[in-house]
Ligand binder design. Sequence first.
Ligand code: ADP
Ligand code: ZN
Ligand code: ZN
Length: 738
Amino acid sequence: MTASTYLQVAIDVPLRRTFDYLAPAGVAAERLVPGIRVRVPFGRRDTVGVLLAVKSSTQVPGRQLRRAEALLDEHALLPARMLALLDWAARYYQHPIGEVVATAMPQWLRSGRAARLPRARSWRLTSAGAGVDTDALCKRAPRQARLLRRLAAAGALDETELLADAPGGRSALRRLEQLGLVAVCEPAAAAVVAVSAARAAGPPLNAAQENAGNAVIAALGAFQPFLLEGVTGSGKTEVYLAVAAAALARDRQVLVLVPEIGLTDQIVQRFRLRFGAAAVVVLHSGLSERERFTAWAAAGRGQASVVIGTRSAVWTTFPRLGVVIVDEEHDLAYKQQDGFRYNARDVAVMRARDERVPVVLGTATPALETLHNARQGRYRRLLLPQRAVAAGAPRVELVDVAGSALADGLSPRVLRAIAEHLDAAKQVLLFINRRGYAPVAYCRACGWISRCGRCDANMVYHKRRGRLICHHCGTEQGFAGNCAQCGAEHLLTLGQGTERIEEALCARFPGHKVLRIDRDTTRRKGELETSLASVRDGVARILVGTQMLSKGHDFPDVTLVAVLDADGRLYGADFRATERLAQLLVQVAGRAGRGERRGEVLVQTRFPEHPLFSVLFRAGFSAWAEAALAERSQAGLPPYSALAMLRAEAKQRSPVHAFLERAAAILRARGGAPVAVLGPVPAPMERRAGSYRAQLLLQASERAALASAVTRALPELEALPQIRRVRWSIDVDPQELL
Ligand code: ADP
Ligand code: ZN
Ligand code: ZN
């Protein structure tokens, strides 16, 4: 190794730069492959970095240059294409490359552990096992029967896959082994049989599905984004499955992104049923480090045919990617809201471009950005105008609640409708976007209200737990109904949350099981699944939930949906508030009448005349979106301009403003006329978790002008003495102006 070889290394620190090192003593030049991990000294500690490039010169003076200690991998963990994507993302999102690269790797690897797959065993049926009548066995030993069926379907299965979502599976497996019905086989066998075991064909596609699927399939092998716009229940998932099957038939892998873990469930099951359990690997934040790494590595080695995952799965590496699918592309969950603030939907499109594969953005309610891209011809629009099965679109009715005193937030009209649908042996679904019992407690005697001491917000009363809890910072205190200030008893609790609605419904409909689904009732693993099962079994008759419930779940017996608090977002400060409300209302309405009977949707509002409702419910989401795009265009808002937000916070107000004032001056100087610098202004909730927060909004009609202004200004901002007294961040394409 000559002395003129330098390693350019990305290190997981919040600095907008890379670090140069000498190669470890005595390693051959061929081993210095970009994308491998290197152990390097950093300050006074050791850390694991990723080799980005090998260079023949460095700016670092000789005596400061340190030597890398060891190379941790034989082969690149991050292929050149992924490194290029990460480099793009770091520049696009103005985020330190070291943190960006770290995002792309499972924690298991970041901490320097061996990249070898933990050797999992695979299982197959013995010939005795293949002869078992699983239906008969199912009566005595359902768990054993289930494992046998899985093996019969897949041919052979990796142990983790075999035991996935199989409670009590491990002991059942041991028993099957003792009985000689299953046996261990070579791990490679499992990967090979995975796809060939595909079976369980879906329903024949209808004409619209067929068209959409064929359009994407025809584009396999080249970059082409598609917007698959289909009303809820129109059979988008069947189109995904058809496209995936075509990609798999060409020996290509498939990446499917979904917004949330609770959602993965149904879609994962459908993919597993279609392609065999072993072919489908799941990636989400609920996995252990080891499970995450195993899944990531299976994709990276081409062993997993389909990866279904949440946001960060967009960084999974694939040797043979064939197509990318982004389900519910409008969902806010794709945008990371802290640290590296990327939008996985947008990264997915970039990724597809790099890999030269099609990308399908599916939704019933496209984001306005996506629609704009479709109108500009950048994305091809595919429509599924009708539900695949079921009756027509649900009937929507606005319930005017202006000036009427509601019993626990429920209007007489809604109560009557609930009774009718329950009498018809149907299920009903009620949405209210706040958990807890009541958003505030108030003392009439002394005027005390349940303010959070650390936020500009009220603490929410959680009756079941007997506590007041701040939903912004997590501060809590016990509450037994007494005033914290004067001791008066029986304080008023104002407004409604899911708990209060649940209580009111239990009292009014005593013969019917009420089920509440929100973050409080689904915190523990498996709780959401149990709840959803009791809905599907028909045990639960009335469901009360937050937005969580609006997504994806298919409940054929729900015929009535009521939205109790639509108004909160009609006049929100954020220009996207109405877009979110329109999407929510359409998604929610899509929960009604998925079975044979036509659904009914009631929306309680004090503003029934608001144009959002009339356009949305009379003319439909597309018409609303056209109007909204026209408004955005007039106001020069995204997608007709680019935004970035510089946020800062500190324990005192003055350093925040001092920093942002200086930052604004620099950005104005760097951006010139094309970049508008608005602010600084306090954040809509100025104080949160004890910090004062403020922001600068940057706006430009050309994205490039904005990007270059920020890129040029950042080194100057980072050199400001005022920056040391604040926490700050830059958010490119901010989704929430909070
Ligand atoms: P989406 O993803 O658009 O909400 P799904 O793919 O979940 O829609 O389809 C809704 C329901 O319709 C599912 O129960 C699905 O099995 C069924 N379905 C979809 N396509 C067809 C079809 N071509 N024929 C019969 N049933 C279908
Ligand atoms: Zn708080
Ligand atoms: Zn009081």
